[in-house]
Design a protein. Structure first.
Length: 565
């Protein structure tokens, strides 16, 4: 135990520097945004220990615009300075965004969905999903609605949404969706959902493949190069000399998207390709020159092969500064039938200087929760899978380390001053926070599902007391528990029988039993398409050493097991 502590502390310090793991804070006093008229609350010297909780989209806009001049630089909060014309009231550069973000608090609040304390509350999206299930209308239903599944990523936090799609599969609701949208790791999860490589095969990417990858997938030694200090680390001298323009990444996406998704845990490409006509995958990424989100899909020619699909996912997952160079694609002409979609296969040429190619990066910059794209393409009902817990502040300022990485990546390496300006001001965080607030309100929708005067959106997020999986988590047990928590919450939110609400944890532990952690994933070859857990159980049975305490319903859907759904 004592030998592991130094490594744990080192890892924690790294995550803190990167801004991925927050340092423990003293309990802050929360001030509601609605109380802003209390001028004593907003004196510049009164912010220590306080956070402002914003609960409306309008309030968030006002907060970032700093309409009360609370965060102005150079005494910009002084009305006299503005009156005298010394400071441009409309100049955003006068706003101290670091302080603004550090005092902001925005939280998800969607636990009313699937609450055992409110059995009479049934979200209209859920009513439609089960209506489709009962009618066996399946994908491409003729009811006139367009139902979308929107999956958030978040690096290794995607294990939570992997558990959620497993619950959708268990409850027999997977064919109730007409289209799947994925941002970042959500695109990977969405692909295995579409091929129905569940319950274990898809999630095993997280708790089996990536947990054992070590420095092949996440190499924190390369962090010094990410901030431009590679020459100071003797271990990186060769990398600096051999790759002077851009070094090996901290996060090696090729390990996930090529070695894992194409070799070790291969996506069933033939099934995936066939199902694109009935349940397509729409991958959302950020177009850095166009300064907007973009949709990559098979219909519009973004990918036609597994390799090209991997390139599209690479773009959507590309965390700026730590996951390698931008991915590039040709943008469609204005006459292209789907606005915002790319019509040409993506290329992963690292140093392609063709100015006609659009640089792409992680969806987090413009659309971290990929439901806006679903709405733009006509979705009437959307289930949004969030990977951050409700009750957790989704904002927060960037660390010094993060700012250095962003500056080097967007300014020095890619000459994208507008994107750097956007990131420095935390506008990507505003987009995320605004989406969360919008979804909070949508959680209370009580209309009939047939009322499509405006879209219905149903969000699934784990509860406020749930531990949050970090973006670069590699510990197998932590990742596995994240999958379980995602399954449990999705079960409670999606099961039709209100009496079943609250039993998600029990069902999750049965569906993903403790015995999954008994095998060594590095010693099992599951490249044939069979899950490692299935192979492990079969091997034990052949040796006469199988488990006696596993239920007969293990691995079966609710329908197959005769269980509530």
């Amino acid at each position: 135990m004592t030998e592991k502590q130094p490594r744990t502390r080192k890892r924690a310090r790294f995550l803190q520097m990167l801004g991925i793991k927050k340092r423990p804070k003293e309990q802050k006093k929360i001030i509601n945004h609605e109380d802003e008229d209390n001028e004593n609350v907003y004196k510049p010297d009164s912010w220590n220990g306080h956070s402002v909780k914003v609960t409306t989209e309008q309030g968030l806009d006002e907060y970032f615009d700093d309409v009360r001049h609370r965060f102005r630089k150079n005494n910009a909060s002084s009305d006299s300075a503005i009156d005298n014309g010394d400071i441009d009231e409309d100049n955003e550069d006068n706003i101290d965004y670091l302080t603004l973000l550090s005092t902001l608090c925005v939280e998800g609040d969607t636990q009313i969905i699937g609450s055992p304390n409110h059995p009479q509350r049934v979200h209209p999206v859920l009513r439609l999903l089960h209506e489709r299930r009962r009618s066996s209308s399946g994908v491409q239903a003729k009811d006139g609605y367009k139902v979308a599944l929107s999956i958030e990523g978040g690096g290794m936090r995607g294990c939570v949404s992997a558990g959620m799609v497993a619950a959708i599969h268990y409850l027999g609701l997977e064919d109730a969706f007409d289209v799947v949208y994925g941002s970042s790791a959500g695109s990977v999860i969405g692909s295995y959902f579409i091929t129905k490589q569940l319950p274990w095969y898809g999630p095993e990417i997280y708790y089996d493949s990536l947990s054992k990858a070590g420095v092949e997938f996440i190499d924190t030694r390369r962090l010094t190069r990410a901030v431009g200090l590679g020459l100071l680390d003797p271990r990186l001298l060769k990398d600096v000399i051999v790759r002077p323009k851009i070094g090996k990444p901290v996060l090696n996406l090729a390990y996930l998207l090529k070695k894992t998704a194409q070799e070790e845990k291969p996506l069933d490409w033939e099934t995936f390709k066939k199902r694109q006509s009935v349940q397509p995958l729409k991958i959302v990424a950020s177009a850095l020159n166009k300064e907007k989100s973009i949709i990559l899909d098979m219909e519009n020619g973004s990918f036609e092969t597994m390799s090209e699909l991997g390139n599209c996912m690479h773009a959507s997952c590309l965390l700026p500064g730590i996951a390698g160079p931008v991915v590039r694609t040709k943008m469609p002409s204005q006459q292209h039938k789907t606005e915002g979609s790319s019509g040409v296969p993506v290329t992963d040429e690292a140093n392609d200087d063709d100015t006609n190619l659009e640089p792409l990066a992680d969806a987090l910059i413009y659309e971290p929760l990929p439901y806006p794209s679903a709405l733009k393409e006509g979705a009437t009902h959307v289930v949004v899978l969030r990977t951050r817990p409700d009750g957790v502040d989704v904002t927060g300022k960037m660390s010094v380390f993060q700012r250095l990485i962003m500056k080097r990546f967007f300014l020095r390496k890619n000459n994208l001053p507008n994107i750097y300006r956007r990131m420095r001001r935390g506008l990507h965080k505003k987009v995320y926070a605004k989406s969360v607030l919008f979804l909070n309100e949508a959680a209370h929708d009580e209309r009939e599902y047939s009322d499509v005067s405006k879209p219905h959106l149903m969000t699934i997020a784990v509860g406020p007391d749930s531990p949050e999986v970090t973006t670069l988590e590699t510990r197998r047990e932590e990742i596995f528990e994240g999958v379980r928590r995602g399954f449990a919450r999705a079960y409670d939110a999606l099961v039709e029988d209100p009496a079943e609400r609250g039993r998600g944890v029990v069902v999750a532990n049965q569906y993903f039993p403790d015995q999954i952690l008994d095998y060594d994933p590095s010693k099992i070859d599951s490249s044939s398409g069979t899950s490692a857990f299935d192979i492990f159980l079969k091997d034990l049975e052949e040796k006469g050493a199988g488990y006696d305490n596993l239920p007969d319903t293990l691995g079966k859907t609710a329908a197959q097991a005769g269980a509530p759904r």
